[in-house]
Design a protein around this ligand. Structure first.
Ligand SMILES: [Zn+2]
Ligand SMILES: [Zn+2]
Length: 610
């Protein structure tokens, strides 16, 4: 289903949705026994879920690559037929008649007839209308919208991509369906650009590069979703933490440290156990008391804020911590560094008065933008997730007045600050509106990076207050923010964004010194020692391989600079400089001191130049 409302408005929505219908028609013609479930448009394309029954082995029958080819071919014929998409409303009984052989549709019709459920089985507040769209021989339970006719789907700009198992209504207790994913674009050029991006994304996959560049590993005996950071990963983490500390110090944050383990009562009070328990590890019992691993750092920071009396003159109080949290993610949902079970978060909580809110919120947004500039992230959008009235008291803290008020405050701050954002209903945090930051990597791959949340509820639960200018107790607002996300997610992103070729300041190994022969080994070591003394991460490669092999190895590890040294360099106290990407001139005879000065400056300014 369309996750964000912007997809709804988009012409691409109609295109992809229409392609899904055409695909379902083709599948039903080729596999008449197939049962059809749902087929919404999604980001980049569409899917449709089918039940092909069971094979002889008792497992769900699936589609072969040849099936997909045949389906695509038939889709092109249907497209060429220019069949109009025709809408009609039907009664529940008529709908049941139409889909009498389609059990999944019958279940959806029951939901639609009762109201509260849409044709994809999602909760819906819209009035229960049952309607269909028909083109050629295929009629689907559908609200639309669609293109006018099948001929408007560009026959050379769609492709069926993959088949994956998916449980009916996402429930493991239900039958496993076969989900066929397709992609569809307005023209062939955009399709090709998308396919190229996927190819490039495969090469940049952080799981592949993370291993090759010796950044992190997972180990069965440690457990899924629990990364082990190798020395190169350790350096990336140190550099990111140094960056965060500098930025936060300048912005008036104070650093705190808090434990990983806490008594049950704290998470009851914070609301995590009532609203968030399914994402937490099960408790352990010590001395008759239940303890939990922390899924978030917030309650600890609240305790620190509340540990002494605060006056309005002390506000805003900004408490920062690179805190390690533990969250239970289903093993099927773990994905490299992007979805893990232990994570180190660039966390902070800002306690401020309502009057201070907008300035504080915009300072946080400015910090996000400063990071984006530094990392060359050109495209981003903030998704403002708001509450829903029906979730009050269940998913969300039950205080509609404060929900509406804080949502309006955030919306105004973003409008006033010219921040690109979209609104997404019913995806807020339990204690307030949430802003997810979506960014696009250098090759246009989308990542949901960080979140920023406004909390009007929990400070009150923790009985936090400050004495305002009138001498009365007032509850502060709390902004939760994590611009650099978690180390896991951020480094996963950065590996893919830079294709492993990190800027010099971030590169685990910044310089490798390569002697031409063994006779130059000692000089190479001297140069390496000078680099180290200047705070540059460099080493001499004194292995037994030949020079060319050493250069190749350094390039494979994406070391920014290689310094080749031989007789001439030794005699003149110089190095011959080669860059990782071969850009610019490979300058011979650079004085060692000059190279060091230039490199130190690049590192100091966190320059993206090589
Ligand atoms: Zn439809
Ligand atoms: Zn928090």
């Amino acid at each position: 289903m369309a996750k964000s409302s912007d997809l709804q408005k988009d012409g691409l929505y109609k295109l992809r949705h229409s392609a899904a219908h055409v695909m379902a028609q083709a599948v039903l013609e080729i596999h008449p026994q197939a049962k059809i479930a749902i087929g919404p448009p999604i980001e980049n394309g569409f899917y449709y879920d089918f039940d092909l029954g069971q094979g002889d082995d008792g497992k769900p029958r699936t589609f072969t690559p040849e099936d997909l080819e045949a389906i695509e071919k038939r889709m092109r014929q249907v497209i060429a037929g220019r069949h109009p998409f025709q809408y009609r409303q039907v009664s529940a009984d008529e709908a049941r008649q139409l889909f009498v052989d389609q059990p999944y549709k019958l279940e959806l019709i029951d939901g639609l007839a009762q109201g509260g459920i849409d044709e994809y089985g999602n909760e819906s507040e819209e009035a229960p209308v049952i309607s269909t769209y028909k083109h050629d021989t295929f009629e689907d339970l559908c609200r639309g919208p669609h293109l006018e006719h099948t001929g408007q789907i560009p026959a050379d700009a769609f492709k069926l991509m993959t088949v994956a198992g998916a449980y009916w209504r996402g429930d493991e207790a239900n039958p496993m369906l076969q989900r066929v994913y397709g992609t569809a674009w307005p023209n062939k050029k955009e399709l090709q650009a998308y396919l190229h991006m996927l190819e490039e994304a495969k090469k940049r996959d952080h799981r592949k590069l993370g291993k090759e560049l010796e950044i992190f590993i997972f180990d069965d005996e440690v457990g899924p979703g629990l990364p082990l950071w190798l020395p190169n990963g350790g350096i990336l983490i140190e550099e990111l933490e140094n960056l965060a500390k500098e930025m936060e110090e300048q912005a008036g944050y104070q650093r705190v440290r808090t434990p990983h383990l806490t008594k049950e009562a704290l998470f009851q009070r914070s609301g995590h156990l009532p609203y968030y328990a399914e994402s937490m590890y099960p408790p352990m019992e010590l001395e008759g008391v239940r303890y939990y691993m922390k899924p978030m750092n917030c309650p600890f920071h609240h305790k620190i804020f509340g540990a002494k009396p605060r006056s309005y003159r002390d506000l805003p109080v900004r408490l920062a911590e690179y805190g390690t949290c533990y969250r239970y993610e289903k093993s099927g949902e773990l994905l490299g560094l992007l979805r893990v079970r232990s994570m180190q978060m660039n966390d902070a909580h800002i306690y401020c008065s309502e009057a201070q809110f907008e300035a504080e919120f915009m300072a946080v947004v400015a910090m996000y933008r400063a990071y984006f500039d530094l990392f060359g992230i050109e495209r981003y959008v903030m998704r403002l997730s708001t509450h829903s009235a029906k979730g009050l008291g269940k998913k969300y803290v039950d205080n509609q007045r404060l929900w509406l008020k804080t949502e309006a405050m955030v919306r105004n701050a973003m409008l006033n600050g010219g921040v690109p954002f979209v609104e997404v209903p019913d995806e807020a945090a339990f204690y307030g509106p949430k802003i997810d930051v979506q960014i696009w990597s250098a090759i246009g791959r989308e990542f949901t990076l960080a979140t920023n949340q406004v909390d009007f509820a929990v400070p009150e639960r923790f009985d936090l207050h400050f004495v305002n200018a009138e001498g009365h107790d007032e509850t502060p607002l709390c902004i939760h923010r994590a611009p650099l996300s978690t180390h896991e997610r951020m480094i996963g992103f950065l590996i893919e964004h830079y294709a492993g070729a990190f800027p010099v300041w971030l590169a685990p190994e910044q310089v490798r010194v390569i002697p031409i022969t063994d006779g130059h080994a000692e000089y190479a070591s001297q140069v390496a020692a000078q680099l180290k003394a200047a705070g540059i991460r460099g080493a001499a490669d004194l292995g037994s391989e030949r020079m060319n092999a050493k250069i190749r190895n350094a390039q494979l590890m994406k070391v920014p600079y290689m310094l080749v040294v031989g007789d001439q360099e030794m005699a003149n106290h110089t190095v011959s400089l080669r860059r990782r990407d071969g850009s610019g001139q490979n300058r011979d005879s650079v004085p060692v001191a000059d190279f060091i000065a230039a490199t130190v400056e690049r590192i100091r300014t966190r320059s993206s130049e090589l």
